[in-house]
Design a protein. Structure first.
Length: 413
């Protein structure tokens, strides 16, 4: 209680404490700057040491603020450090004009923040993020994919980062920085129920289908909750099953003991002539040689990825995956077009393979202020009139509280 009565330091004193602490930490390793828990502990020690050396005292709240400032400066993440709150935000966006936006988890569209970082700070943050990926942010390497590591012990789920150099942008000289924050813990079916993604009976029905080895595809646009929903549905996979995941980057975090995650690789702009990309299709080919009981593919984007996934599921591997589309029929058309463009396979051939390789589709969208499962469909095992047959198992707004029973035979039946 008495700490709250201790007077705080003035601005000049705070500046001296921060500078002294940063000087103390000037020789720390790059690995330590990436470990947020250890860095905070060292920053706190440095702040307390600086206060002792200067003969000053202050209250706990100001010590915490001083530690925050030291961490943001030493890590190089600056303005970004205080926004790395995955429980509140799912996305952070710095635009080429210096404007800063955040995507709140409970909202559909981003909010603009009042704060505008200086150009110097923005460039410093871009360089620090590039350094985490072992890359240099420069004109010679103007587009960078990076990530901030996951640290479960401090409730940080990690993040995916995209950086573009100002040379590629129209703006005020700022880089473009987009940070996708991953949820800090494993998503459960109860989370989907609590968030009103779908009625309890529907969620439990989908989890049960996963346990019966249904091959399920989640459909939706950006930021609609496809990966979040798949994460929760993985609860239906038996604990002793061997799971192989293919994700770019990893977003689905499981507590099953026997899990291997393959992460496709794209060489940096500067390395594109000396290193070969490792695509989702390559990872799928490798995954099939790793004895998976379940195959989870975060998202398919290319025709060759789609066809390799369908072939894998045709070979008796139950799986979960997602694709960008706006409805079940649109997803079928999207896959037809991707496969035709990339591989030249006719649309009827893709549809025929799809009917045999996917059991259930579910579509997510934003409705009535929340992310919702708008529909769940069972795919017919044969086509009708050259088209994939879709039978509705659930439709949002139809007063359903449970899934209709699946009629086709599943791999686990």
């Amino acid at each position: 209680m008495w700490q709250s009565l201790v007077a705080g330091l003035n601005d000049e004193q705070q500046r001296r404490v921060v500078n002294s602490a940063i000087q103390t930490l000037r020789d720390i390793s790059g690995d330590l700057t990436r470990d947020r828990r250890k860095l905070r502990a060292r920053a706190r020690q440095a702040v307390l040491q600086a206060l002792g050396n200067l003969g000053w005292t202050t209250n706990d709240a100001q010590i915490a603020a001083l530690v925050d400032e030291v961490v943001s400066r030493v890590s190089g993440l600056g303005f970004l450090d205080g926004l790395l709150r995955p429980d509140q935000y799912s996305e952070i966006m710095l635009n080429p004009d210096g404007s800063l936006f955040v995507q709140r988890r409970e909202k559909r569209y981003p909010d603009m923040l009042d704060y505008r970082p200086s150009l110097e700070e923005a460039l410093r943050v871009a360089e620090a993020l590039a350094g985490m990926a072992g890359q240099q942010f420069s004109v010679a390497n103007p587009t960078i994919n990076a990530r901030i590591p996951r640290q479960e012990d401090i409730g940080f789920g990690g993040a995916r980062v995209k950086i573009l150099h100002p040379i590629l942008l129209v703006g005020s000289g700022y880089p473009s920085i987009t940070v996708r924050l991953f949820y800090p813990r494993r998503i459960t079916p109860q989370d989907l129920i609590d968030w009103e993604v779908a009625p309890e009976g529907v969620i439990k029905g989908l989890v049960e289908l996963v346990g019966r080895k249904a091959r399920i595809m989640a459909i939706g646009g950006t930021n609609m909750g496809k990966t979040t929903t798949l994460s929760a549905l993985c609860d239906g996979i038996p604990r002793d099953a061997r799971i192989v995941k293919v994700e770019d980057p990893e977003e689905i975090f499981l507590d099953h003991p026997n899990v291997t995650t393959i992460e496709p690789f794209s060489p940096s702009w500067a390395e594109r002539r000396s290193k070969q990309a490792y695509h989702i299709s390559d990872a799928l080919a490798d995954a099939l040689r790793m004895r998976p009981d379940w195959l989870i593919v975060g998202e398919v984007r290319r025709g060759v990825d789609v066809m390799n996934l369908l072939r894998a599921q045709l070979s008796g591997h139950p799986g979960l995956t997602s694709i960008h589309a706006y409805g079940a029929k649109a997803a079928v058309q999207t896959m037809e077009e991707l496969v035709y463009q990339d591989l030249g396979i006719g649309r009827s051939g893709t549809k025929g393979t799809l009917t045999l390789a996917v059991d259930v589709m579910l579509y997510l969208d934003w409705k009535d202020g929340k992310r919702r499962i708008m529909g769940v469909w069972e795919l017919g095992e044969t086509m009708k009139g050259g088209d994939v047959r879709l039978r509705t198992l659930y439709e949002y707004g139809a007063q359903q509280t449970a899934l209709e029973p699946v009629q086709r035979r599943l791999l686990g039946d």
